[in-house]
Ligand binder design. Sequence first.
Ligand SMILES: O=C(O)CCC(=O)C(=O)O
Length: 285
Amino acid sequence: MTAPYATRRRAPLSIHVFHQLQQRIRPSRLRRRLATWLAATRPHADRQGEADDVAALKIDGFAMLENLVDRAWAEQIRALLEQRQCRDRWRPELGYFAHDAAPLQTHVADIDDVIDIPEILELANHPRVIGAVSSYFGCMPTIDSIKAWWSLPGCDEAENEQYYHRDNDSIRFLKLFVYLTDVNEDCGPHVFVRHTHERDGCLERRRYRDDEVEAEFGVENIRYFTGSAGTAFLEDTYGVHKGKLPVGERRLLLQVRYTIIPSIFMSRRRRSHPDIFSSYINRFI
Ligand SMILES: O=C(O)CCC(=O)C(=O)O
């Protein structure tokens, strides 16, 4: 059995040092300035995003990517992933299990090595997505990681990413989220607080309760992402967000992380993959 997190490639020391430094820089404006400087040192983007996608990302912190993925595609990928073993991200000692036989205390069940599925790699490299990410960063991006996980009902209390937080994955990054199951209010929708990618407040590196976030940013800015299988959106998750604890059906989510330079969390690149050399995956390593 593979050890937990064995799918991660070990990042070079320089990336670890950069990670430690960048995560101490909290004000969003300063982070943006540093990211702009870093982007200027990277290769120029070879494509630009659609104006509406880029404007939504810059203003709201997220962009809905209508028609990027259809239900049939989502169902096909879900059928593949349902056959895969999962593991509890926070309790590696529980080992591997089928998605419908998870231990009772498991909130989130990760699926390893989804990067092996060519259709997923192709979606991660979709010109519309790469264009939007390139325009947001101001340089060519790298696909840092590709992950999928089940968010499971049955637990009384949220844990970890099910509380509001900001990600600290790199100095600037975007995540593509794709629902592979239908998601309503009860199925653990993703939640994002509009404009918080550019607004300070809740800057401490910790999890936040709902009332703290509501008091700081106002309930009117909280967006719940419900939608059918195939719903896709890009988001700057330096902004405040969480995955709500499901109380109804389970949710299957695909996530791709784009960065300016690879992060310490990067997925292992499989050199054997036939499409890997034309892909943006770990492009700068
Ligand atoms: O499961 C979710 O919707 C939240 C994911 C999350 O917090 C993250 O990717 O940082």
